[in-house]
Ligand binder design. Structure first.
Ligand SMILES: [Zn+2]
Length: 405
């Protein structure tokens, strides 16, 4: 089992890795994405799994005929810009290795079993995270998804078509969903909860509610050397105030708020910008705290815009309510992964969104987390020890065996 994990991991590792940063740039429907999808298809086919592409481009590798009450496991292969190796791929590679482990144990699942790869989980290229699972469940309309654009102005529909898939087919798939009896996503922990408990593996309790907002500050471009301060309409100033307000609001409400993406136009050293576009990512333990944070940031941004003679428009790009995973399935998996009912692995909350959280609205869903020694994620330093990855595969195989029989 550890051999097959190591071999799969080594084969996937070079694909989409940037030569100088060491981070991954696997953007949905781009060349690296095509490579990793081909890698998955080949690895699944080598195992005799029947690989199908659903109407939204998500990949499903079936062990046995697709049928009712299926046990499904998987994650995603796309990355944030210069992302780490583990966020997403660990769940996919562990799923394939778990299939190998079950076969080596002579397990013949009584229920159909599938390994999935969801499309555009990070939302790094088109702005909306978990797009593949949102389309599948109907949480986003195909029309809205088709019209999403990347930084170059390419629409989602055009990018999908360029990758050889038909965007006309996008949309909810209630039949496919109805066939899923349980979905389990294994993922690297994106924090240090397991470091504190001393366990290599844990299960998810809840996913914090979160959302993304785009803020457009529009001012007037002018000369940096000749325009008196009093005559300026500089959108960089309310933008800067908003960054600080987001931090203060998050601290006040026990939440998280980040402005990690910003575009200045014309982006010249000696020019006052005409426009600053920024994206706010906010997450909180409950909906009330999230609303309080975003209301506070919005009020601060508007006040700063007015003070500086700048126009502000805001737009919510995504909203994800709190997700509490089904308690019965969670506790069963915690016991199985711990090796028995007496020693369950810990239950952890998370601020990170996942396809599992989207599917949880319609399907019994659970997540397994693998320890992350530094807690770093969405960066090249993201890491999990190989021994812990192997423990993760074993826990996933035990879970699948228990669920699929
Ligand atoms: Zn992920």
């Amino acid at each position: 089992m550890s051999d097959t994990f190591d071999a799969l991991w080594a084969a996937l590792a070079p694909l989409g890795r940037h030569r100088t940063t060491g981070g991954y740039r696997r953007f949905t429907w781009g060349p690296a994405d095509t490579e990793v999808r081909a890698w998955f298809t080949a690895a699944a086919a080598e195992r005799g799994l029947d690989v199908r592409t659903d109407r939204n481009g998500n990949l499903w590798a079936w062990w046995g005929e697709p049928g009712p009450d299926a046990v499904v496991t998987g994650s995603h292969l796309d990355s944030v810009p210069d992302g780490g190796a583990f966020d997403g791929p660990l769940g996919v590679v562990s799923a394939l290795a778990a299939v190998d482990a079950l076969r080596a144990r002579g397990v013949r699942p009584a229920r159909p079993l599938a390994v999935t790869v969801f499309v555009e989980e990070e939302g790094a290229r088109f702005g909306v995270p978990c797009l593949g699972s949102r389309l599948l469940t109907g949480a986003i309309t195909p029309g809205r998804a088709a019209g999403l654009t990347d930084a170059a102005g390419t629409t989602y529909a055009a990018a999908m078509a360029a990758a050889g898939l038909d965007p006309e087919h996008m949309g909810p798939d209630p039949d496919l969903l109805a066939g899923i009896g349980a979905f389990v996503e294994l993922h690297i922990e994106q924090g240090r909860g397991l470091v504190h408990t001393g366990h290599p593996v844990g299960v998810a309790g809840a996913v914090w509610p979160h959302g993304r907002w785009r803020l457009d500050f529009s001012g007037r471009a002018d000369h940096a050397g000749t325009t008196p301060l009093a005559d300026r309409s500089d959108p960089m100033l309310p933008f800067a105030a908003t960054v600080l307000a987001a931090r203060a609001a998050a601290a006040e409400h026990g939440a998280l708020a980040t402005i990690g993406k910003v575009l200045a136009v014309p982006n010249g050293t000696n020019a006052i910008p005409s426009r600053v576009r920024a994206w706010l990512d906010a997450r909180a333990p409950d909906e009330a705290a999230l609303r309080a944070v975003t209301a506070q940031v919005d009020a601060a941004a508007r006040a700063a815009a007015t003070d500086n003679g700048v126009l502000l428009t805001t737009y919510q790009e995504s909203a994800s309510p709190i997700v509490r995973f089904q308690t019965a399935l969670r506790d069963r998996i915690a016991a199985v992964a711990g090796g028995g009912p007496g020693e369950p692995v810990p239950v952890l909350p998370t601020g990170a969104g996942h396809d599992a959280a989207v599917l949880a609205a319609q399907v019994p869903t659970a997540m397994l987390f693998v320890r992350n020694p530094t807690g770093v994620s969405h960066a090249p330093d993201e890491h999990a020890d190989t021994a812990d990855c192997h423990r993760g595969v074993a826990a996933l195989a035990d879970t699948l065996a228990a669920l699929a029989g």
